[in-house]
Ligand binder design. Sequence first.
Ligand code: GTP
Ligand code: SPV
Ligand code: MN
Length: 590
Amino acid sequence: MATAAHTLLPLSQLSRPVTQWVNQVRELTQPRAVRWCEGTEAEARELTAELLKSGELKNLNPEFFPGCQLYRSAPSDVARVEHLTYICTRSQEDAGPNNHWMDPQAAHAKMRDLFRGCMRERTLYVIPYCMGPLDSPLARCGVEITDSPYVVLNMLIMTRAGRPALERIAREGGFVRGLHSTGELDPERRFIMHFPEELSIESFGSGYGGNALLGKKCHALRIASWQARSEGWLAEHMLIVGLESPRGETHYVACAFPSACGKTNLAMLIPPESLPGWRVYTVGDDIAWLHPGEDGRLWAINPEAGYFGVVPGTNPQTNRNAYEMIRRDTLFTNVAVTADNQPWWEGLPSGKPALDWQGRPYDPANGPAAHPNSRFTVSARRNPSWSPHAEDARGVPISALVFGGRRREVAPLVYEARDWRHGVLVGASVASETTAAAVGQVGVTRRDPMAMQPFCGYNFGDYWQHWLNVGARLARPPRIYHVNWFRRDAQGKFLWPGYGENLRVLAWMLERCAGRAGASASAIGNLPRPKDLNTHGLNLAPGALEALLTVDPALWRREVGEIREYLAKFGARLPAALLEELGKTEQQLG
Ligand code: GTP
Ligand code: SPV
Ligand code: MN
């Protein structure tokens, strides 16, 4: 009975390298106890009960929101902190102008000082986790050490965590090391450090989302993008969605939009009634790992097992799937509550807030009731549109890649790149208005190539070359598109209804892939003519569609100039192919 005996082994005896590392960290941080996470439901229930008892979590109204809790983070700890996030490579050039950089030795020394003794009076949790299906050769494992039970609860939902992950680590040997402490939540003593050459992460002083759930942005994007480059694949900030047409064909599309620009919503889109026969299946809502397959196509897995999604704006009209999904077994962070203890957020059609996200009596003078970056954490299995192929070990084949941004002007609703090479330029040129997902000013337009500005673990120049190399290996590469759901009219109103109606744009892309849909060529790529989009049952203001599909040569000449200036920052590391493609666009603009 070798297997039975094996499962009885304490976790601390499964992998010597993991145990050695835990012991080193224990010595440095001095916790009062060490707890290894098994990943069972009983364990999650027990941890939840402890947090309810200590008051860190609050139960929400069990009649309407069974199994749901509220967590309020420190008011100064509500979003990612890009200015405190570093890539620590031996050479600064390897981190590139797109990253903050610190010398690895200096960074380790700084972090050692912060971590020394930081877990006194606290429990150290060891979370072995697997990013991707446990049986997938494309999945990668890590271990997060944290002193935050809230982080543990999130990681148990967001990743495949516990014994099976540690068993895989014991078999394979390698794993990403992520050390995290909430410290004193002092923004002056907060750093998120990445050591891609060592496959390790050190995060101190924040308990929030991407700063603290180390499997997510830190591992699955910043470290994984580095690993992906050396191994020949791509780690991207992309949703993955399956679209079944009325003809019964299913195609998968992966889309990179910056934070809070519509990935979760598109991933679980509900087809409008006027487009009968379409079905939508969610594979992932935030991160895609893309691998060239033996068949010459690009294949994608979602490394995550849950969603850490933006709450405000979720309602039965915009996203009924998400609205239903978060009505049970969901962890809410920084939402408001009603007088009868239901969660409340801006965009709900009914109810009113009694307490705001900080737990104060609601007063509009204090700003929104729910924090604009308030989030839900929920298992992907709760999603009514969860794809039956989301757990496939080899992933799903991708027919189209889509880049997008939040831009009130310039970028049309949709356009198609001329080919892969041009598509890499289109991705590298993405610009978007900043959102509440990161600390800083909101609504400022900045370059966010491939929606990876905050997440690429190395020099963008090398990254774009890697994209070109991957494309060259694909006999059947996906087509590449750019979309913008956020164009506005002169009064500031959105020109496009968005949400479920976005399916009309995706449908055009798939028809293009099948060689059935028309387009007109422009300097920036191919655009649908109004007649190429299915607008049946769509209620647009007069002239809106024409405005959405217009390329203004004067605005675009300025845009091309700005793109050229931006790309020049990457100097010798910038692939010449991107400048050649930009030159073609410029020439055609006249
Ligand atoms: P991260 O989790 O931060 O990576 O965000 P995300 O890209 O998944 O964005 P999400 O789908 O959560 O949407 C962010 C905000 O944009 C929400 O408030 C949505 O209501 C809003 N939004 C999403 N899709 C659309 C759309 O098609 N049109 C408009 N106008 N707003 C949208
Ligand atoms: C994002 O900001 O892109 C998110 C949320 O998905 S976080 O986990 O905080 O990165
Ligand atoms: Mn994201």
